[in-house]
Design a protein around this ligand. Structure first.
Ligand code: PGA
Length: 251
């Protein structure tokens, strides 16, 4: 069976001291949650501090992730961060192709694919985000968009260490969650699409849902067959609500 994967995407939130406070409070309260990959993705500036606090809290199983990575290893790329820098801090995963990066920073599928390849080259897991806009859903284009973003995002790569995050853009930060039915339908489609190219390996890939996940809707999402976890924005910023999410109801 696929091990659940629940990740906090803090986006551009939390200073170093806020990161330290969150982790020191959060970790002792999730000690017994050993059946889920619990991932935290703070902003770049807080990664080192997060890694240090995690080291101090012996026995922690929290996994550190970054929110982006550049596809080159070093050089004249002002403002960018490479997989080598992230690995040195202790990051194990990186979020790639989040819709906010596609929207505000013009990331194309081609750039996303280069970043996925760079992460994998550097031994980092890639959390590849895909998802349709409201207009695309209303125009019945959801599956076309997902197919394109999967095929191009994963062009010439294998599925090793890849997690797919299905994040319908209309559900991100809007309080409008996809219904479990809508999320399951899209995620089953994603798995089928992966099967075409990767055969049975598609059954091993974690496909997680993101978009207004809260302690109130996590249970109904996690019971769905093809939903293996969550990428959580707003509700991951408070210790209490993120604890409730990682302690979702197991049946
Ligand atoms: P949200 O964000 O939970 O605030 O909707 C999710 C995401 O963008 O990853």
């Amino acid at each position: 069976m696929r091990r659940p994967f629940i990740a906090a995407n803090w986006k551009m939130n939390k200073t170093i001291s806020e990161t330290q406070d969150f982790i020191s409070e959060f970790v002792p309260q999730v000690k017994e949650v050993t059946d889920v990959d619990i991932v935290i993705a703070p902003p770049f500036t807080s990664l080192t501090a997060a890694a240090e606090v995690l080291k101090l809290l012996v026995d922690t199983h929290i996994i550190l992730a970054a929110q982006d990575v550049f596809y080159e290893e070093k050089g004249a790329y002002t403002g960018e961060v490479s997989h080598i820098m992230l690995s040195e801090i202790g990051c194990k995963y990186v979020i790639i192709g989040h819709s906010e990066r596609r929207q505000y920073f013009n990331e194309t599928d081609e750039i996303v694919n280069k970043k996925v390849k760079a992460a994998k080259r550097g031994g980092l897991g890639a959390i590849l985000c895909i998802g349709e806009s409201l207009e695309e859903r209303e125009a019945d284009k959801t599956f076309d968009v997902l197919e394109r973003e999967i095929d191009r995002g994963l062009y010439e790569t294998d599925l090793e260490n890849v997690v797919i995050a299905y994040e319908p853009i209309w559900a991100i930060g809007t309080g409008k969650t996809a219904t479990p039915g809508q999320a399951q339908e899209a995620q089953a489609f994603i798995r089928e699409r992966l099967r075409v190219k990767y055969d049975n390996k598609a059954d091993e890939v974690r496909i997680i849902y993101g978009g207004s996940v809260t302690p109130d809707n996590i249970d109904s999402l996690m019971v769905c067959k093809d939903i293996d976890g969550a990428l959580v924005g707003g509700a991951s910023l408070k210790v209490e609500s993120f604890i409730k999410i990682v302690k979702f109801n197991r049946i």
